[in-house]
Design a protein around this ligand. Structure first.
Ligand SMILES: Cc1cc2nc3c(=O)[nH]c(=O)nc-3n(C[C@H](O)[C@H](O)[C@H](O)COP(=O)(O)OP(=O)(O)OC[C@H]3O[C@@H](n4cnc5c(N)ncnc54)[C@H](O)[C@@H]3O)c2cc1C
Length: 426
């Protein structure tokens, strides 16, 4: 060992979850150290942000900077060739939302901005330092081994450990707590392209989701006329092509005529990337002196562009929990509150995500007939409100009610199409 170090909080991972928790704890005068295995800026997927991210940017003091690097996102559009229809969801159409827009960002720039900001707020950030081992024992400080790019080892003994390692899931893997979500058995292939026209008029900055038989595509307009395009499909669909991700992407594009038209002159800016073993969570998120935050705790399909929002809002809950535990406040209550908030957001989104390939939900998403005011409710979810689902008529409950009614009607051959309910043999 070359050295031995202590701090209040050691954060492993400098993505949005890690930099947010580090910033907030540094603002509380905690001595915080962030270890990040990469040197920023580095590529990362997850480019479409949600309106309810914006109050967090204000709180961190980065709102103006994000506005500068982002493409203005006024909403989302869902296109279904099977329905020959599209549903447009403008955030500003929901008067109850406090913020009516968000941004599409290059994550390389966005993540660097947040990490640099945590430095500015007092956290010590060490890049190109990878955590290779963690030992957790009751009644003792966590013991962490980290290795820098020259092979120099440091052993850390922080009072508290935050796992923000994203899909690497350092602790849930190490402790055997990780559970793969078999109901959301999907995978993704994505890349950046030029020469893909944006949607016309005020839809130019929207994310467009194209539904096709085996899944869905995203199209996210980024700065400098770059378009991020990705396909999310069932594992069965992905298996049809073995490991040929280019063939699979091309087949999915061909199966989605409206997207194929947009992509007719597309030029890839690099090779496509694939990502499997998709959704997961952890049996527990908090221990005696460690906490899991962001993708290190759980990941859910990106249909609602929820990842960064969940990582950053989860990080604010984690910062409150860690601060309380370091102050010696009652452990049980803090742990229960944190677990409950994270699980609440996951349950509300997974109900919708599990059904995205179901014809009834698709009818609801692209129909112009607004059953039980579901349009408002969908905008609320698309804006990032995942935490208020206990009210009797919460957004999710209304959607479930509408879905239940449509499911019942479908037993008699009735389907929601276009502007109303029709009789359909299909
Ligand atoms: C296909 C796909 C599409 C997505 N689309 C969207 C979207 O449109 N909008 C959205 O909001 N979200 C999206 N997401 C989700 C989003 O990418 C994540 O939810 C988000 O990045 C989580 O942030 P995080 O800080 O928890 O993890 P990350 O951003 O992954 O950060 C983790 C950091 O930890 C570092 N690290 C890992 N292991 C170690 C180690 N041992 N030592 C030191 N450092 C380590 C990594 O280098 C990384 O920088 C998408 C995800 C996928 C897979």
């Amino acid at each position: 060992m070359n050295s031995f170090s202590e701090c209040d909080v050691l954060v492993v991972g400098g993505g949005p979850a890690g930099s947010t928790v580090a910033s907030l704890l540094a603002q509380q005068q905690r001595r915080v150290v962030v270890l990040e295995k990469e040197r920023f800026p580095r590529f990362h997927i997850g480019e479409s942000l949600l309106p309810l991210n914006l109050p967090l940017f204000e709180r961190l003091g980065v709102a103006k900077e994000i506005e500068r690097i982002g493409v203005y996102k006024p909403g989302a559009e869902l296109v279904s060739d099977a329905h020959e229809a599209a549903g447009t969801f403008r955030f500003s159409d929901n008067p109850y939302l406090s913020v009516g827009h968000s941004y599409q960002v290059r994550r390389a720039e966005f993540d660097k901005l947040l990490l640099d900001n945590s430095r500015r707020l007092g956290a010590e950030v060490r890049e190109e330092v990878r955590v290779t081992d963690v030992v957790l024992k009751n009644g003792e400080r966590p013991r962490i081994t980290a290795v820098d790019k020259k092979g120099g080892k440091t052993e850390w003994l922080p009072r508290f450990l935050v796992d923000a390692t994203g899909r690497d899931t350092l602790l849930s893997g190490h402790l055997g707590l990780k559970r793969i979500d078999k109901q959301n058995n999907t995978a993704a292939v994505f890349g950046h392209f030029r020469n893909v026209p944006r949607r016309p008029g005020d839809k130019a900055g929207m994310i467009t989701v194209y539904l096709f038989e085996h899944g869905w595509f995203w199209m996210i307009p980024l700065p400098d006329e770059v378009m991020s395009v990705g396909v999310v499909g069932t594992r069965a669909f992905f298996k049809t092509k073995g490991g040929d991700i280019d063939g699979l992407f091309a087949e999915a594009v061909a199966a989605t005529p409206s997207l194929a038209a947009q992509m007719a002159k597309a030029e890839p800016l690099g090779p496509l990337t694939a990502c499997a073993d998709y959704s997961y969570d952890s049996r527990s998120y908090v221990g005696e002196n460690h906490i899991l935050v962001g993708d290190a705790a759980a990941f859910i399909d990106p249909l609602f562009s929820s990842g960064v929002m969940m990582a950053m809002s989860g990080a604010t809950f984690a910062a409150t929990a860690v601060d309380g535990l370091l102050e010696g406040r009652p452990r049980e209550r803090i742990m229960r509150d944190y677990e409950r908030k994270i699980r609440l957001s996951l349950t509300s989104l997974s109900w919708l995500i599990y059904r995205i390939n179901a014809p009834i939900l698709r009818d609801l998403l692209v129909s112009s007939f607004d059953l039980f005011n579901t349009r408002h409710e969908l905008i609320t979810v698309l804006a990032g409100d995942f935490y208020d689902q206990r009210r009797l008529l919460s957004p999710l409950r209304r959607l479930q009610l509408a879905y239940g009614c449509l499911l019942f009607l479908s037993k008699f051959g009735l389907r929601l199409r276009g502007g109303g309910i029709i009789w359909s043999r299909a």
